[in-house]
Design a protein around this ligand. Sequence first.
Ligand SMILES: [Zn+2]
Length: 103
Amino acid sequence: MSTHTEDTTTGSTVAATASEQYTVPTGDDAFVCEYCGAPFATEEYHSLHLGLQHGASLTDDQRDAFEAAATDEAEELKLFRLKALGLLVLLYFGLLMTYAVVT
Ligand SMILES: [Zn+2]
């Protein structure tokens, strides 16, 4: 499960950056962590924070939300990897063809 560890790291970076950049008013609109009181700009960041920081004490609903948010990020990552892999395969066959023509 090495990919899962990577996703977790990405999520925490995003959440940390968001809470640093935006001053979220702790009103009714903001998503505030019920465990530590940290404010978040979006529900997704909030869900990621809950899963990463308070994974042991989550309710089923909170765990579902975290998994949904984490899956979104994982799919973006997968798409990027797929594109990179496609590029490598193209490059490989390009070189192979060049080699075949030259020799
Ligand atoms: Zn918290």
